[in-house]
Ligand binder design. Structure first.
Ligand SMILES: Cc1ncc(COP(=O)(O)O)c(C=O)c1O
Length: 412
């Protein structure tokens, strides 16, 4: 776990003891590192700079990865744009200081109200995902006396080789306009009175560890851009989505943004269009963790359970994708063995099911984890025994964190 550093008195992030955060703010609690978020953003910016395309590129953070206002505020301050999928995300971006001209609006089911709000705000572009959305957007924009800037999100039918729930670029997926239909739909868009065709967009999936599928998709997109240009439809920008994965397990390294983007940028660096990227997970996934506290230790005949106070609603990836997150005790060597009133002393490591309190058998954070745990008292005392695990990066469903603490929080 590179974000948190183990010292004698427990895990620390940016020099702050996680036990102190748990004592002050309670648990469950999301903890984010301003330094790690900034570093992740800089890795993208540096890769674009090294390829000579930074001044015509926009990094639009995919808000669905984590819509915490402090995180949005930090990225806005670094110059990022935002990729949103709802009116709620639009409102959050504005609340956090984001600007309309740097917002792209993705998503297969934009409502008329959401279209209106984004048009009135003057966003950079709608990433339109179907013929019917295009017609509806034309109507809504017309009713407001505006022209909607539009990219078609094309579905290139490329296998991203990732979990089926987060693969979006195959023709069986609900996302985007089928590649074979895109040319004709562009021709239709070009004659609609309240649509301004400005770009093209493609996002083939998430947690991609191999750059090859994204490069293959880029080839298809560029061929279409050139075909459109030949018929007089000149696009101003090319948006190649997000997708870069992160490391969850020690033996599954993820490429750095520079390495992931290299094959794509090799194709793009000599072109004239502006470039948009929509990274989400790779900007935030390894920049935070979820602090939770062991409420109950429940030995069983077949399995031992550690019931913690964070649940599937706080960290949904295990329940949703059977995803694996690192789970480590917060206490350091000097705190491990001593128990206070109401606590159980740390024993030898045992195999635990780490589960939440929700009445669902799918409410788990990790299976079969060898951990030395102790039950903590329930008062918000300093002597707690929370465990720590990585914050879930990409989820497509938003939920309000019950508590969060971040070095990215504006300090007022
Ligand atoms: C349209 C779109 N853009 C960007 C992203 C962000 O992808 P990632 O978090 O893998 O970078 C997603 C993720 O689902 C998406 O659907």
């Amino acid at each position: 776990m590179s974000l948190a550093v183990m010292r004698d008195n427990g895990l620390h992030v940016e020099g702050v003891a996680l036990a102190d955060i748990a004592a002050r703010f309670g648990t469950p609690c999301y903890v984010y590192s301003r330094a790690a978020l900034t570093k992740a953003y800089a890795a993208y910016r540096d890769a674009l700079q090294a390829n000579g395309v930074a001044d015509r590129s926009l990094i639009c953070y995919a808000v669905k990865a984590n819509s915490n206002l402090a995180i949005l505020n930090l990225f806005a301050g670094l110059g990022a744009g935002f990729d949103i999928v709802s009116g709620g995300e639009l409102a959050r971006v504005f609340a956090a200081g984001g600007v309309a001209e740097k917002i792209v609006f993705s998503g297969v089911g934009k409502s008329r109200a959401e279209m209106r709000a984004a048009l009135e705000a003057g966003i950079h572009c709608f990433n339109v995902e179907s013929a019917s959305e295009l017609e509806q957007l034309n109507e809504v924009a017309g009713s407001l006396g505006r022209r909607a800037p539009v990219s078609l999100r094309v579905n290139p039918d490329v296998d991203a080789r990732t979990h089926p729930y987060i693969a979006t670029g195959l023709k069986t997926a609900k996302f985007g306009v089928a590649f074979g239909d895109a040319f004709e739909l562009y021709r239709r868009a070009a004659v609609l009175p309240s649509i301004a065709v400005t770009g093209i967009d493609c996002h083939i999936g998430s947690q991609l560890l191999d750059p090859a599928p994204a490069a293959e998709a880029a080839d298809k997109v560029l061929a279409l851009v050139d075909q459109l240009a030949a018929t007089g439809i000149a696009l101003e920008h090319i948006d190649l989505g997000g997708g870069l994965g992160i490391q969850y397990r020690a033996d599954e390294p993820a490429p750095a943004p520079a390495d992931y983007l290299a094959p794509m940028l090799a194709k793009l660096s000599t072109r004239r269009e502006r470039l948009v990227f929509e990274p989400g997970r790779s900007l935030v996934g390894n920049a935070g963790l979820l602090l939770t506290r062991v409420e109950v230790l429940k030995p069983g005949e077949d399995k031992h359970f550690a019931v913690v106070d964070a649940a599937m609603n706080d960290l949904m990836r295990p329940a949703l994708y059977d995803a694996w997150h690192d789970i480590v005790p917060v206490a350091g060597a000097s705190q491990g063995a001593k128990a206070g009133a109401g606590e159980t002393a740390t024993g030898a490591p045992m195999n635990y099911e780490i589960v939440g309190p929700v009445c669902e058998s799918g409410d788990f954070l990790g299976h079969d984890r060898q951990l030395a745990l102790r039950k903590a008292i329930c008062s918000p005392s300093f002597r707690q025994a929370p465990t720590a695990c990585r914050w879930p990066p990409t989820t497509t469903l938003g939920h309000a964190p019950r508590k969060s603490w971040s070095t990215a929080m504006p300090r007022t």
